[in-house]
Design a binder for this molecule. Sequence first.
Ligand code: SF4
Length: 310
Amino acid sequence: MTFHRPGIIRPPSEWKSYFLPLTSGCSNNTCAFCGYYGSKLQMRDVDDVKREIDALSLFMRNGVRIPTVSNVVYAIAQDWDGKRVFLQDGDALVYPFAKLKEVLQYLNEKLPSVERIAAYATPQDILRRSRDQLIELKDLKLSIFYMGIESGDDRVLQHVGKGVKRQELIEAGKKAKEAGITLSVTVILGLGGVEGSEEHALETAKILTEIGPDYAGALTLTLVPGTPLYEQWEQGKFHPISPFRSLEELRIIIENSSFTDCFFSSMHASNYISVRGNLPHDKEKMLRELEAVLAVRDPSLLKPEFLRGL
Ligand code: SF4
């Protein structure tokens, strides 16, 4: 079956990466808020991946383009500094372990300048791998996972079809960290709706504290047409929080979480206000920034809706 190269959806910090697809879609396609909802998982042939690595290597060394290779490869490669690779797509860690190893070994051999390889990983993917397997992947430079926590509240996780409970999220996060893999997680402001807002924020602060990720990013829920949560909103069954309530949730999360060393940010395009800093060091500064906006509640201080992105 022909592999369809997915569009590029990436964490903000991967903007300098080369985007190498191993899969398309997501193996856990049940999340009611996500654009991958209902997507079909497709695995790419290892030989096809290797051909792309060969073409990339040739281009990076000699600037030579192979006519049969997709223009996308060269469009990404021309501005690439050769250091970072992001494995697509929704959860590239689902790629069978032996094949993933083969791809990583080949990548390291053909592009030795690569310093760091990254992938989205579901908690299920991480839990499916043994500790030794995760260490093997890290030694092959797959050294950062992006994992969606979304919420620390089991009721919210169940409502949005995340497919795991908070305890599994905690185990997955800790397992990745214990294998020496850098862990970057995301949580979604507003995912509990109006009724679940307080609990969602408090439980999310707790789960972040328990996992202790290296990076944590807050996103703000954006209802995506075609997803179940969007339909629930249309039917009046899901009540989204206001932009200022999303800032209050952010304040609750920052106030109630306790980290030893975590870079926390709400720089994602979906957020109404950007705050960032190292926690715990910048906690007071970040809270003051939020308080300043919440004190006046002037809508002109918020990012306009048309500038918000997914
Ligand atoms: S696991 Fe992640 S990518 Fe997959 S559907 Fe859920 S939120 Fe989307």
